[in-house]
Write a protein that binds this ligand. Structure first.
Ligand SMILES: [Zn+2]
Length: 303
């Protein structure tokens, strides 16, 4: 190699080395960026990142609450779990909160006659939920937001929240229980729409379209069968089975992606606002503590 060739060779080598170094620096910076974006999934965080997550969320943790039950002839058993996690994870991405893993241990006695239903007993539902929120709080989630995805939990969750007053807790349980707006959006085609119907099927077309079998939606009837003759203000546990024995209420074939997008966007927006409100809430825990203190000696409580 003569002097000229050697100098050319060195110049080329130098260029390659500089380019390689530059590429490495970019790759390194990208890896760093990935590390600073904190996951909202509890199970994806390292222990140290979990500490940072609790700090960033100001102690707000979401517990999306699903169920395993039949959803008409056309939707998967985990519909409520899949939908509620989709909404909760998206809302937490916008307003940071740590999201607890899959939870589906709720009230679903009324679907025990259908395949695939997992119905824990009453005592187990309450005990497991209490231990779960206690454990969340012990890990810094001083504001536990239960995000309900399942209609059958509508009595369980307010009861659970109310009974947090039976003995002192150093955290607050908030229940968020809305999944669809009452008005607005694309006009609905059906009037009965309580379970696996137009709304729920539409939302699944957004969260997990690959699991929706729209062509099967009319294989069973989701009509109200009115098999009980009681005034509206008299309640029995069998009311749902009396009206909807196929565990299907409505007509999923009326679902559209447009309605699903409207409802899912509304759900995520409304939940995002609720997370912000819960973060800002500095009253509930204070009042709880005041209440627990007073309840130790009720005779001394003055108006
Ligand atoms: Zn459902």
């Amino acid at each position: 190699m003569n002097a000229r060739a050697r100098s050319m060779f060195l110049r080329v080598l130098l260029t390659i080395l500089i380019a390689a170094g530059f590429t490495l620096r970019i790759a390194h910076a990208q890896a760093g960026a990935a590390q600073t974006k904190l996951s909202v999934h509890w199970e994806e965080l390292t222990a140290a990142d979990f500490r940072e997550g609790i700090h960033r969320s100001q102690g707000v943790c979401l517990l999306p609450f699903g169920i395993l039950e039949k959803h008409g002839p056309h939707l998967p058993l985990g519909t409520d779990l899949l939908d509620v996690r989709y909404a909760a994870l998206h809302a937490a991405e916008r307003e940071y909160a740590v999201v607890f893993p899959e939870y589906y241990f709720g009230q679903i006695a009324e679907a025990r006659h259908e395949p695939g239903t997992v119905a824990y007993t009453r005592g187990m539902q309450l005990a497991l939920l209490q231990e779960t929120t206690d454990e969340m709080a012990r890990n810094g989630c001083k504001k536990v937001m239960i995000v309900n995805g399942h209609g059958g939990n509508e009595s369980l969750l307010p009861y659970f929240a109310q009974t947090q007053l039976d003995k002192p807790h150093d955290y607050v349980v908030y229940v968020f229980d809305r999944r669809s707006p009452e008005t607005g959006g694309p006009a609905k085609k059906t009037s009965i729409d309580m379970h696996a119907g137009e709304s729920e099927t539409s939302k699944m077309m957004i969260s997990r379209p690959d699991t929706v079998h729209l062509d099967r939606a009319n294989q069973e009837s989701g009509a109200d069968q009115h098999r009980q003759n009681l005034p509206e203000d008299v309640y029995t546990g069998i009311w749902w089975y009396a009206r909807f024995p196929n565990h299907y209420s409505g007509d999923g074939s009326a679902a559209t992606q447009e309605l699903g997008k409207f409802q899912m966007d509304w759900w995520i927006d409304t939940l995002e606002k609720a997370i912000r409100a819960v973060k800002a809430d500095d009253v509930s825990l204070k009042l709880q503590n005041e209440f627990y203190e007073k309840s130790k000696h009720p005779l001394e409580t003055q108006p």
